[in-house]
Write a protein that binds this ligand. Structure first.
Ligand code: ZN
Ligand code: ZN
Length: 606
């Protein structure tokens, strides 16, 4: 359901390096701008900044060849970096030196696009330095180490002929044994859930080599010698991966006996990670309290709607004593209204133009008729699990189509399909389409592409992107989409409660030490989740920190900002202007957009 967020990969990506010392001479001379008045033609600071950004990105890719593949940058595709101490040092030096060069610029002299890039880069570089100095996940997260992803990507992406890609792979495989040796040296006392995850994922990695790669080699036009050499490397690589897996299994036995590192990172690290990863105007603690009171408000709304609808669906049956039990009963009762399994994709195709029409007729924001969204069945190779998601072109392939991928329910049993369709029932399906497509992720992307910034597409802010999509769900309903049908509002609240609960859970588990039993009860009784969903969320909350809060944080900040501007401009407030201007800054963190937009918007609407 989530748009693929590159920034999430950064933590891992930045664990890379090279001997390349960034020079950034332009940045340096700009920093001394005060003394260059006598120069014939002073260099425009924005031009210097553009050059600085380009240099920084070039360095980043040469230092992180694996990460580069994920954004469609293939220049260093044959390099597999060995994650040892020397490599971490070089990476840290790169970050420090780049930060130093960045700070030579006076951000007040930059135009809006560059100023926001400045703050994004500053946050990214400071966050990277913090990662290597304080978080140190290379020591306790064995799941950081897995070579399969990039190899799979090279095998499955037709950016070169198969034979060429196999030669790339052959070269990359040379470093696999050293890669896993370095991993074992790095890991001190890991956490139990990350060790279990690493075992599971690296076991899965084996098949990329001994099945997928072998069959591609057989289909290829490589010479017999090349094939033979690849086969030898496959054997060695599989040995290295299996060696890592069995080493992890021994480690797991040991830490289960002697004690493991707690997967909870605790208050101090959590606040800092929140600051760098989410980039919010709130502290993590403030956000947590905000989420708790929002949960209570939503419960109140849901109970009111349930009381109103109860006689319509249950006639004379008594209203349960516990109001949240009544809410759950009503949700389960009306969820039977859903499309047939073979009409799932058609229904989505049918809804998109209706959403577009509503946005245009109610003048909510600008739509671009030149860029229609293509709804399609998710291509086979991208089908991990059922669902719907926006497939946006990467930063190096911006002209490609944007697709709304919907996975058909073909492979489901009747029972599984029914459960899925009840979840994505008549009402929730509309909210999903608002979120993923119009005016959610897809519309945001169209706007964001009008002010192209490589920095913002590479380091797009997850809280802004997800926050926008979540914000539009509420905004559409408030503007009258669905004619204020109480059932739609009730389902919306259930859907929104998941986002609110994600924030509460993440903080409660990582900072306040909440245990599994309590977390499960919270999700099932107060957010109406099924056991399977709650189990999955518990697991995710033990493996990631902070990321689960991004949806609610971004949404809250956008909504609050809108209300603030409404208050400041009164009668002159214009919703479409607010949306269009808000989206014009690209996928930057909300606090940066606020800073760039607030005074300007108020001035224009007085
Ligand atoms: Zn989303
Ligand atoms: Zn049914």
């Amino acid at each position: 359901m989530r748009i693929k967020l590159l920034v999430a990969a950064l933590a891992i990506a930045l664990s890379s390096c090279s001997d390349d010392k960034p020079k950034n001479t332009q940045a340096q001379s700009e920093g001394e701008a005060g003394t260059v008045e006598t120069m014939e033609k002073p260099v425009d600071i924005n031009v210097s900044f553009e050059n600085f950004k380009q240099k920084l990105i070039d360095d980043l890719w040469s230092l992180n060849p694996g990460y580069a593949l994920y954004v469609g940058y293939y220049k260093f595709d044959d390099q597999l970096v060995i994650p040892d101490a020397a490599y971490r040092n070089k990476q840290l030096n790169f970050l420090k030196s780049a930060l130093n060069s960045l700070l030579q610029f006076d951000e007040k002299q930059l135009n809006a696009n560059n100023a926001s890039d400045y703050f994004i880069l500053k946050n990214m570089l400071e966050g990277g330095i913090w990662e290597s100095n304080a978080l140190n996940s290379y020591q306790w997260n064995p799941a950081n180490y897995n070579v399969a992803g990039a190899f799979g990507l090279i095998l499955n992406t037709d950016y070169k002929s198969l034979d060429e890609r196999l030669r790339v792979i052959s070269k990359r495989m040379d470093n696999i044994p050293a890669y896993y040796e370095a991993a074992k040296n790095n890991i001190g006392k890991p956490t139990i859930p990350h060790t279990e995850l690493a075992i599971q994922q690296n076991k899965g990695a084996v098949s990329v080599f001994d099945t997928t790669l072998r069959s591609k080699v057989a289909q290829s036009g490589l010479s017999e010698d090349e094939k033979k050499s690849l086969e030898e490397k496959i054997v060695k690589s599989v040995e290295a991966i299996n060696g890592y897996v069995s080493w992890l299994q021994d480690t797991l036995t040991r830490i289960e006996k002697e004690g493991a590192k707690d997967f909870r990172i605790g208050k101090e690290l959590y606040e800092q990670k929140f600051k760098y990863d989410i980039y919010s105007g709130y502290s993590a603690e403030q956000l947590y309290h905000k989420a708790v009171s929002e949960k209570d408000r939503i419960h109140g709304e849901m109970i009111t709607i349930t009381q109103q609808l109860w006689p319509k669906y249950f006639e004379d049956a008594p209203f349960p004593k516990e109001p949240l039990v009544a809410v759950k009963a009503l949700i389960d009762h009306i969820a039977v209204k859903h499309v047939k399994r073979d009409e799932f994709i058609d229904q989505i195709k049918h809804q998109i133009p209706e959403l577009e029409k509503f946005v245009i007729e109610h003048n909510l924001l600008e739509m671009d008729p030149e860029k229609p969204l293509v709804v399609r069945e998710t291509p086979e190779y991208q089908r991990g699990f059922a669902g719907a998601s926006i497939n946006a072109p990467g930063p190096y392939d911006a002209k490609a189509n944007t697709y709304y991928n919907v996975t058909p329910l073909d492979h489901y049993t009747d029972e599984q399909a029914e459960s899925y369709l009840r979840e994505y029932n008549h009402w929730i399906l509309q909210i999903l389409n608002i979120h993923e497509a119009v005016p959610g992720h897809y519309t945001q992307l169209v706007h964001s592409n009008k002010s192209p910034s490589l920095i913002k597409s590479i380091f797009s802010n997850g809280a802004m992107v997800e926050g926008w999509a979540v914000y539009t769900e509420r905004m559409m309903l408030e503007e009258g989409y669905g004619d204020n049908e109480p059932e739609l509002w009730l389902m919306y609240y259930k859907w929104n409660l998941r986002v609110v609960m994600n924030s509460i859970l993440d903080y409660s588990i990582q900072v306040l030490g909440m245990e599994k039993q309590e977390a499960m009860e919270l999700m099932m009784e107060q957010a109406f989740q099924e056991r399977a969903e709650a189990e999955g969320k518990w697991r995710r909350a033990t493996l990631s920190q902070v990321q689960l809060t991004s949806y609610f944080t971004g949404y809250s900040e956008i909504y609050d900002f809108r209300e603030e501007l409404k208050k400041a401009t009164g009668e002159q407030f214009d919703l479409a202007d607010f949306h269009n201007q808000f989206l014009s800054y690209g996928s930057a963190p909300v606090p940066i957009i606020k800073q760039l937009m607030k005074d300007d918007y108020i001035k224009k609407h007085q």
